[in-house]
Design a protein around this ligand. Sequence first.
Ligand code: ATP
Ligand code: MG
Length: 549
Amino acid sequence: MKMSRGFFPTLREDPAEAQIPSHRLMLRAGLIRREAPGVYSLLPLGIRAVQKVAEIVRQEMDRQGGQEIMMPLLSPAEPWFQTGRWQDYGDEMFRLKDRAGKLLCLAPTHEEIITGLVRDAVSSYKQLPVLLYHIGPKFRDEIRPRFGVMRSREFLMKDLYSFDTSPKGLEASYQKMFEAYQRIFSRCGLNFRPVEADPGTIGGSGSHEFVALSEYGESTIVTCDKCGYAADVEKAEYREPVPEPPGAGDGEADRPEAGSPEASTRAEVEKVATPGAHTIAAVAEFLGISARITAKTLFYRAVYPGDRSELVAAIVPGERDLNEWKLHSYLGAVSVEKAAATDVMAETGAPFGSAGPVGLHGARIITDRSLPKVHNLVVGANEKGYHFINVDPERDFDISNLTDLVLVHSGDRCPVCGETLGQAQGIEVGQLFKLWTKYSDALGCVFLDEAGNSRPVIMGCYGIGITRTVAAIIEQHHDADGIIWPHSVAPYDAIVTCVNTRDGAQVDVAERVYVALKEAGIATLLDDRDERAGVKFKDAHHNGFPVRV
Ligand code: ATP
Ligand code: MG
């Protein structure tokens, strides 16, 4: 392609809207153009990079026995009602009505459509397993679209769905996709980690995310260098510290709490005044105790199918953060939102900041699993300016709902081997889910087994954000001058820059090099524009093609 005859709109200045390098570089190099918040056009260089990534994905899906199909982006509402996701998807779903008043949505994902497709076409175990995939736009009305195509409201996804007759079959399909993802992201030149993940609104159980490491990534992952354990922080578990005997080890050992001999002298609960102490740190300081024997009480409103809701009090160690996803999945709720202070006061009589589980009414108490080991806990007394001390969870409040509620962070111990965990940021470029029979049950997708019994098909789904992957590649492959494309995904392999288009000899040489490269099968751009040399060099730098002549 000759640039003088092409459409290559670049920006001379850094766009103000771009906060991270990939977004800035994609706008500057003329890969994308913003049409509305979270809505982008892909320009010639952008679509070429996207097609390179899509082609790698296609090859690896086909290698594993996947077959490509194309499903509509306009999806009828009925199957979404059947699975309950017309409601569960909430405000993220774009909904519309046709002229006859029928409800439709712009598909945010395709489980509903594909399950119906396979239900109507498959009747016998002899037709399974099948792996079907689709590469096309998805629509999600994200609360905070940002970072260009990294988190947009319309984006390109590859989604493959597996249909098997047995758990073993699902395991095999999942493994095939796991291997395909490793090949895909390696071929894209990404530094990535597969991590254990939470299935979120897609549902089912058993999930991995593929995360491209980047300081601007929105995913936090924890990793163990010793045994290789890696998990999204939403899902991450940790091994609880072993209480150490006083006087031993690293100086932390002389704390008088958490299962130590002192802690086992179970004193009576006492109400003490803590005027003006509204935070854990302030309470600990006021009472002259370690924050390790405090617990905080956080209130949430959990909503269940059929609009039933309840107020929930989550009790976590004072020095730790609550992992809201763990609470959400423990409750099995449709949504879990922070409760308003006025609601909490009205239903429990407990003021925020002084609330605690002892004598609490009107809320279901969910307690972090580590707390019953502490027998001299300090908690809010449900009275402004007061706390209870010497609280023994087993004795003093309802701990029938006990689970791991804590957000894991670097420095915690690995749940597998006990080594210290590290933490990193990354961009989620793909995710795999075992759906089991969630969708086949809801939509009646069954098959007849060898004995003639009707059984639900066992499903998995596997997504890759194609446009987000291009952004992640740029995030990992750029310098101060611009993008440095890995060969495998570069929009063009080479650019020939004719420095002075008024010099006939130069034009002639440039033309001959350009033609020779093209004839050798190398995708080449010829910069034959009547522009200053500086402009051309700058554009070539920004575009970062692997070979520059
Ligand atoms: P996130 O947690 O980032 O919102 P998700 O878990 O909701 O993503 P999935 O439903 O797993 O996303 O979709 C599969 C893939 O599609 C993701 O791994 C990601 O690469 C991509 N993707 C999801 N949402 C967006 C978006 N708003 N913009 C661009 N790509 C996206
Ligand atoms: Mg995901």
